[in-house]
Design a protein around this ligand. Structure first.
Ligand code: HEC
Length: 221
């Protein structure tokens, strides 16, 4: 009996020393990885030669006739005098158009880069109904389908004071834009899903909804 006790004692001691005995000592060898996670994997590094592809380049050219996400296609060909280089469709800069902020403060009003017309509002309606209505309701009253499943706090755009700049319920245009971009509290961010102009189109549409409800053109249910 005692023999087995000593044997297992020596065995456990050997394991403990093997595992922890060398802690703190330095080695030039790569560390022992018990769980390698995904530290080592086959990948192509940027600007590196790669024999896998016929042309020997690691980087691939964009597929013909496609546009990388986040870029807008130049409207005119580069040879034309009205050529404007492709711009970013997602937030790219610190100006009001890209952030909804003027310095440290939220701005109010739609930025000059936008043309507010029917097509902008229609775009806003479409995107609002896709991205916001599930929680905020199609009318913007905060009672979208998720309210039936426990999310009761989505903002109501028609609550008392929502259209009065002095009221705590008021959100300036820039603040709505920023909430779409970065999320707030329980609400996630949609800055990676909605382009800057789509976010402003939604802001414009929300304003149209508020006016429509106030003037009893649509009823909130
Ligand atoms: C998954 C549900 C959900 C979706 C989708 C959603 N929201 Fe929200 N939203 C919320 C919740 C919940 C709050 C309250 C957040 C809080 O105060 O914690 C909120 C709050 C807000 C607020 C007020 C934030 C503040 O300043 O208090 C605005 C403005 C807003 N949402 C706009 C939008 C717009 C525009 C969209 C569509 C792009 C959208 N939300 C999509 C759930 C959602």
């Amino acid at each position: 009996m005692l023999k087995y006790f000593f044997l297992s004692y020596v065995f456990v001691a050997a394991i403990v020393i093997a595992a922890f005995g060398t802690r703190g000592s330095k080695s030039e060898l790569p560390p022992i990885e018990i769980f390698p996670d995904m530290d080592h994997q086959a990948k192509v590094k940027y600007q590196v030669k790669n024999d896998f592809f016929a042309d020997g380049h690691g980087a691939r050219m964009p597929v013909k006739n496609t546009v990388p996400i986040g870029f807008e296609v130049p409207v005119k060909p580069a040879s034309s005098p009205e050529y404007k280089p492709a711009s970013f469709a997602f937030t790219n800069g610190l100006d009001y158009y890209n952030t909804g902020k003027m310095g440290d403060y939220y701005g109010d009003g739609l930025p000059a880069e936008l043309t507010v017309d029917k097509s902008l509002l229609q775009r806003g309606e479409r995107q609002f109904n896709i991205y916001c209505a599930v929680c905020h309701g199609e009318s913007g009253n905060g009672k979208g389908v998720t309210s039936k499943y426990g999310i009761l706090t989505a903002f109501n755009f028609h609550q008392a004071g929502a259209m009065e700049a002095a009221s705590p319920a008021y959100r300036p245009d820039g603040a709505i834009f920023d909430v779409i971009t970065n999320g707030k509290g329980l609400m996630g961010s949609y800055g990676g899903n909605l382009t800057v102009s789509d976010r402003w189109a939604i802001v414009a549409y929300i304003r149209a909804l508020q006016v429509a409800v106030k003037e009893n053109k649509i009823t909130v249910q």
